[in-house]
Design a protein around this ligand. Structure first.
Ligand code: SIN
Ligand code: FE2
Length: 220
């Protein structure tokens, strides 16, 4: 059964066939991006050619296991001086590639579906995971305001998403993310802690040995 295979946490429920409630203002839209998968990956290839994936360094001096790039008016970056949104790619000194229309449209549709009409992202962080890569629990709070939701699109190899509450001590639920799944969190869940467990080995028909994640935000 789809339901029992997909969800590890017993306290989560589906309120529609492919809509899993993760919290107040937080939902997983199962397979929402599947149809656009190929178009998203074509647009991604152009972005990654202009602004290649790189492993950034945290303020504490750790090299991140996830490789990142960005598109949109601003991009999220980290280095020894801290986390920030920057209008230019520090590697090239050029503005980040424009956000492809297929990205922005999908993010807006997913947000609307989740109850957040009118979402207009100005930043898309693109994360690339190879087996073993992980993202520790954190809040997205480098944006100027928290009125807009976060929209996450998972492509390629499956991953275990960790979705907690607004306190670090709230135990995170483990949610399986598959190719084409979209998670949206905003409102009372906007500052929920979240992360990604180490990616398991695998081979995806479209992406091979990797997972790509798009995170859309309103940063400015
Ligand atoms: C994020 O937390 O910003 C992205 C999560 C992911 O890469 O799946
Ligand atoms: Fe995040």
């Amino acid at each position: 059964m789809r339901r029992s295979r997909r969800v590890v946490a017993p306290d989560l429920f589906w309120d529609a066939p492919s809509r899993l409630v993760l919290g107040d203002g937080a939902v997983l839209l199962g397979g929402f991006a599947c149809q656009e998968g190929a178009a998203l990956l074509r647009a991604l290839a152009a972005v990654a050619e202009a602004a290649p994936f790189r492993h950034m360094v945290t303020p504490g001096g750790h090299c991140m296991s996830v490789a990142m790039t960005n598109c949109g008016a601003v991009g999220w970056v980290t280095d020894r001086t801290g986390y920030r949104y920057d209008r230019t790619d520090p590697e090239s000194g050029l503005p980040w590639p424009e956000m492809p229309g297929v990205f922005a449209d999908l993010a807006a549709e997913a947000a609307a579906q989740a109850g957040f009409a009118g979402f207009m992202p100005d930043a898309c962080l693109i994360n690339r995971y190879e087996p073993g890569a992980r993202l520790s629990l954190h809040q997205d709070k480098d944006e100027r305001g928290f009125d807009a939701p976060i929209v996450l699109v998972s492509l390629g190899l499956p991953a275990t998403f960790l979705f907690g509450g607004v306190k670090r001590s709230d135990p995170p639920r483990r949610v399986a993310l598959r190719h084409g799944d979209v998670a949206v969190w905003g409102g009372p869940s906007r500052l929920a802690f979240h992360g990604v467990a180490p990616l398991a080995e695998g081979e995806h028909p479209m992406l091979g040995r990797q997972r790509i994640n798009l995170t859309f935000r309103r940063a400015l």
